[in-house]
Write a protein that binds this ligand. Structure first.
Ligand SMILES: CC(C)(COP(=O)(O)OP(=O)(O)OC[C@H]1O[C@@H](n2cnc3c(N)ncnc32)[C@H](O)[C@@H]1OP(=O)(O)O)[C@@H](O)C(=O)NCCC(=O)NCCS
Length: 166
């Protein structure tokens, strides 16, 4: 019911303060809100999607270009309002963002997160384990939108400066 009432859409410039407030509530601190603020102002191509319930922003996900395999994105952050968790808003938001990335011809998405949560979207740590990253280990995962985009890549990924310290 909550999910059916939730609207999922690309963010608009006038959503900015509501998105920052949401990310603060979701993570209980400033770090992710500052990351979003910097990335949305920066030169990198982004996919930024919100979940809106009765006119309130209750979820937000950001994907931004990283340096690495051709046309690759970093998914971060994903946040859902603590009041509105476990209604599959995060799942739907992520699925919509992945679909948009596919439509826009992105080839791969990397994430650093919980393997169980992100496994539901097809992210895999073993696919990314040969890729050099500042976040090595089982939480560093990849999803290929184009077969071979990550498996055939040899090298590192480099995140935008805004990620440092988050
Ligand atoms: C993680 C988060 C986005 C999930 O949003 P949500 O809308 O509640 O998620 P959904 O309703 O789609 O999915 C709920 C599932 O996520 C699991 N889950 C919730 N928070 C989680 C977390 N921090 N890590 C791993 N799994 C989590 C729940 O146990 C539930 O599992 P189930 O489907 O097996 O019962 C939300 O809890 C959040 O904003 N957390 C704080 C910020 C964060 O940790 N973001 C992700 C890292 S970038």
């Amino acid at each position: 019911m909550i999910l059916q009432k939730t609207k999922f859409r690309p963010c608009e410039p006038e959503d900015r303060y509501a998105i920052l407030a949401l990310q603060r509530r979701a993570f209980g601190g400033e770090g992710e809100a500052q990351l979003v603020d910097a990335l949305l102002d920066g030169p990198l191509e982004c996919i930024s999607m919100v979940a809106e319930l009765d006119g309130m922003i209750v979820g937000h996900v950001l994907l931004s270009r990283l340096v690495g395999p051709e046309r690759a994105l970093a998914l971060a952050p994903l946040g859902v309002d603590p009041e509105w968790r476990d209604f599959l808003i995060g799942t739907e938001l992520t699925n919509r963002a992945i679909a948009k990335a596919r439509d826009e011809d992105w080839h791969a998405i990397f994430v650093v997160g919980d393997p169980v949560y992100y496994g539901r979207f097809g992210f895999k740590a073993d696919l990314a384990e040969h890729v050099g990253t500042p976040y090595p280990g089982p939480h560093f995962m990849a999803l290929e939108l184009v077969p071979g985009a990550v498996a055939d890549y040899r090298g590192d990924v480099r995140y935008a400066e805004a990620f440092e310290g988050v």
